[in-house]
Design a protein around this ligand. Structure first.
Ligand SMILES: CSC[C@@H](O)[C@@H](O)C(=O)COP(=O)(O)O
Length: 314
């Protein structure tokens, strides 16, 4: 729980492996390849719900395989290429997030019932602390602010680990955005009372049919948004989209320790002896999602598979 957010976990995982292998001496490219593959597979297991680390690992393992076969490359050059590719991932994530911000701000403004600055709600942490920089859903919020079209952003506390209160709120205060923290249990009341134009959240994994796994609580916000007729957007880079799985039923939901629920810091708040259930993520059905905002455009969940496959030439 030291690095938060699926894109940041993937990038920090790959960069830390690059830092680890760089000063080491390997007797052959084969030994280096085995080291890379073993460590990457271990890193993938750290976040089973998200797909970003898996996509990054697959890319780096096939690179390692190609370089092992390429007789014109020596061990030192192989290490350097590994480092170059991971650094490029870092840069690409930032530029992808900027594009998500621009596409998302446009989509939110187009979907809003009124012209002019809008109020939005976001959940969990999707900003610079959850990505390589700028953010996905928080990138959309940042872009609305840059365009002077953000009247207000509400962020949820995001129990039990409080990423919203701790990380998103920190970024919003840091950037001096007009923002208010609400508890997760206040979302229905908020949508009824505060004229929120749209909900924008991040994603850990988007299935081919648009079903989306994200931080626990996302699903109930989507249900409440539907009830109030508020558009519900998912903002995610293509590295969060998993066309290999047909629906959200195939997404593994990570469960975290009871202690996250029973304690706040060192202080126990739950009655000793009570059982806990602590899934860290939930799956929002595609039918509740207005649009999936990516760096390559905004897609209706039903069109996701076809349009992304065409874009990636699959
Ligand atoms: C752009 S980050 C998308 C998700 O990973 C994010 O919303 C989230 O669930 C973060 O949770 P965390 O458990 O703190 O890593």
């Amino acid at each position: 729980m030291q690095v938060r957010g699926a894109p940041a976990i993937a990038i920090v995982g790959c960069l830390s492996l690059a830092v680890e292998i760089f000063p080491e001496t390997y007797e052959s490219k084969k030994t280096l390849r085995q080291e890379i593959e073993g460590k990457l597979n271990y890193l993938v297991s750290a976040r089973p719900t998200a797909v970003n680390m898996k996509i990054a690992a697959d890319e780096l393992i096939s690179l390692a395989n190609e370089l092992t076969k390429d007789e014109s490359v020596n061990v030192e050059e192989m290490k350097q290429k590994f480092l170059d590719i991971t650094e490029a991932m870092l840069q690409k994530d930032i530029s992808d997030n900027k594009a998500i911000g621009a596409n998302g701000a446009k989509a939110v403004l187009e979907s809003a019932a009124k012209d002019g600055p809008v109020r939005v709600l976001t959940h969990c942490n999707t900003g610079s602390l959850a990505t390589a920089g700028y953010g996905t859903a928080l990138g959309v919020v940042r872009k609305l602010h840059e365009l002077k079209k953000l009247e207000h952003v509400y962020c949820t506390e995001t129990r039990p680990y409080n990423q919203g209160a701790r990380l998103t709120a920190y970024e919003l205060v840091h950037d001096k955005l007009p923002a208010t923290l609400v508890l997760d249990s206040m979302v229905a009341a908020l949508l009824r009372a505060k004229n929120v134009a749209a909900v924008v959240v991040g994603a850990d994994r988007v299935a081919a049919n648009g079903d989306t796994a994200n931080k626990i609580g996302t699903y109930q916000i989507a249900v409440v948004a539907k009830h109030h007729g508020v558009p519900f957007f998912v903002a995610a880079p293509l590295t969060s989209i998993d066309l290999q799985i047909p629906s959200g039923d195939h997404i593994i939901i990570e469960e975290r320790p009871d202690r996250e629920m029973t304690h706040v810091g060192e202080h126990r708040i739950a009655a000793p002896g009570i059982n806990c259930w602590n899934p860290a993520f939930d799956v929002t059905p595609a039918s509740l999602i207005t649009g999936i905002i990516t760096e390559r455009g905004v897609f209706k969940p039903q069109q996701l598979k076809e349009e992304i496959s065409a874009l990636l030439d699959l």
